[in-house]
Write a protein that binds this ligand. Sequence first.
Ligand code: ADP
Ligand code: MG
Length: 866
Amino acid sequence: MAQWFAAKAAHPDALLFFRMGDFYEMFFEDAHAVAEALDLAVAHRGEHGGKPIPMAGVPHHAAEAYLARLIRRGFRVAICDQMESLEESKKRRAPTIRREVVRLITPGTVTEEALLDGGRPAWLMAVVADGEGFGAAWLDVSTGAFCTEAVGADGLGALLARIDPAEVLAGPGVVLAREDARPAIPPSAPAAHLARLLGVATLDGFGSFSEGEIAAAAMAADYAAASQGGRMPRLLPPDPQGGQEVLAMDAATRKSLEITHSERGTPRDCLLAAVDRTLTAAGARELAGRLASPLTSLAAIEARHDAVAWLLAAPPARRLLREALKGAPDMARAIGRIALDRFSPRDLAAIRDGIGRAGQAEAALSQRPGIGGGLDPEGAAPLPALLAAARGRLGAAPDLGLDAALAATLPPRLDDPGSIAPGYDGELDALRRLRDDARGAIAAMQMDLAQAWGIASLKIRHHQQFGYLAEAPAAVAETLLRAPPKTAEGYAPIHRQTMASAVRFTCTALAALDRRLSEAGAEAARREALVLRALRERVLAAAEPIWALAAALAALDVEAAAAEMAAARGWCRPVMTGRTDFCVLGGRHPVVEAALARAKGPAFVPNDCDLSPGRRLCLLTGPNMAGKSTYLRQNALIVVLAQAGMFVPATEARLGIVDRLFSRVGAADDLAGGRSTFMVEMTETAAILHQAGPRSFVVLDEVGRGTATWDGLAIAWAVLEALHDRIRARAIFATHFHELTALAGRLPELAPAAMQVREHRGQVVFQHSVAPGAAERSWGLHVARLAGVPRATLARAESVLKALEQRARGLTPLAEELPLFAPPPPTASPDPLLAALDALDPDTLAPREALEAIYTLKALRPTPVP
Ligand code: ADP
Ligand code: MG
């Protein structure tokens, strides 16, 4: 127990898996926690302070499955293993076997396949305060990926939402609202420390980092190494992300658009699941990364679109490529396990097969149209840059000789014999022959002994504890014991064990053979381990090109999957521009469309959306259930897909690059969070009003709904005006406040639109199509009827509504009464220079007009008074 207490004291916040023989045992509170999480029984063993000690255990060979469940439940586990055998500890005259914590298993540091989600990266992120802002670093121990970024004071939330780490380390003074964030101390002299951990003299070659980025990177790497019992995982050079422009989306936007996770419903209801046609785990991770971090560089986006377009136009090449990808192993994660010396023969096979697949994929991209492959004429276009680069990397696959080295069928564990193919290593072959000859000798000896002892049914069997023994049925064994036969030298029976039905013997000849056999087996195993070590070294020496290969295959998987999706669903290539265009024809919501198709009900109704300059703000009205939220999100998702490099669910799309995307939903009925939902709604809206600009894209869904009608309406109104006059973003604003449509005449760029609804025999029929104009009424009572509100209640509501409408008719129209509707104060300035400035709309100016405007402004400059 002293050992247990010492290990527990070193890892107080982890469950201690304490190895005892064939079990991992948990004691005290750990036992109760594990028993509850895994549904195990709690036993008791010994006493502590006069009380029995609670204990729960799991068999060590099945530990992975239990660990997986514990990690998913948010536990951290410290693995305390036996570091020597019982004999060794006796030799040392130690009171007990030496045990040590060899590893910490946490959500951000696992490498085992069973503990990882194949399709998602497992980021471990560290955050340190750096001046006004933060330095952040995130790494994936399982693949070696390693990135850093410096963010401003208000950028951390969005970064956390974008990377979605499995585990977060918070440096001193950093307070994160995440439950899983754990405080950590950054190492001193972090740059030197990090360089040492990465085995380089200096970090200069990796790019330029802020001090915060380096401190965070050192903290993350340190933690990763500590979690592996001090063994440094193999990491790629840290990649500072500062220069890489990505579409800014905050946590609320990601949540409401359900990009990589779904809020309600099943996991397949998120965008990622709906568009994922990748064939490999690495491809799925790459797609998740691209959707979480869409680009803002026109050239980079178009390069991805070029790749998808080429693959879409060349179905045979795409088919061959996808055949190569299908079932391709996860090389990046295999190499992670090999580097940490925690690999199985399968991981070596993964590298071997991955290199083979790379060759196949290269061939698929090298097929010349018309020759052999029979590509269609469109495929004749030269390979676009990304595909050509990928093909180049595939062609540079290292030759590791694994084909010849690895056996055709591999044992599950590295310690089991048989990983190395016969014929690969002469010495190993010789030792194996010796071992196998000895096996033959056992069979021969069984015949010899049967004859010498006169027992036809004699069998030689292997026992874990005693090695090879000759077994005779109890009845005949009696005589053998009473009157031993005359035998040749070394063949006299020696009694070892008597059991109910049989008696076990040996003889000096059998014992000698047994020794020879186990020695030959051990020799062969030693030699095989040596050969495997050499293979491991060879693979690790080629880690860099293997990573490049894995990255190329993952990217190809994503691009071919995007083409596949486009082909299957009729998606189009969006035309990207550097202006503030936004025009979508026949747009669809990928998730809702798929759900409707699965339900085999009515088909999804495509809708256009035109937010071109002059009509950049769409005010969408319509009753509940008419399709407003769907329309809003589908257009925002089209931005995400396009800038992630995918094609989009539309017949035609012309999109100006968006720098920031915002999506907000008016306070829903979800009170589980405990915070006032209206407060949340307003906080999130405030963020838009502060951060959005003329290149942003904003969708607001019933903002103002979370409070009383009048102040809700007032807030919605003011937000709409701010979007129109000041922010000038492309935006869609959905509301059931029909009063807002009165604004239409006053805000020139506001384009009212309404969800079409028809009345059919007193029933409301949603048509799910968007048309210009405003909804003329709210259809609330119709929806209530549809929902099954009792007839009597409906009748009562109808008469109340009539009375209210009567009264409203007597009132001054809203538009004349509220200050909000009052004409804006005159802006006409007496100064001609200011007037000319006011008249300018930079977003609509052609370069030439802009130049002319500058001349005009210069000319209007008043002559300075001397
Ligand atoms: P609202 O926000 O106006 O209340 P939603 O967007 O939530 O309406 O849509 C309600 C339901 O209508 C959706 O769950 C979907 O089943 C259906 N729907 C929405 N848009 C379409 C469409 N374009 N075509 C077909 N069905 C649609
Ligand atoms: Mg809605």
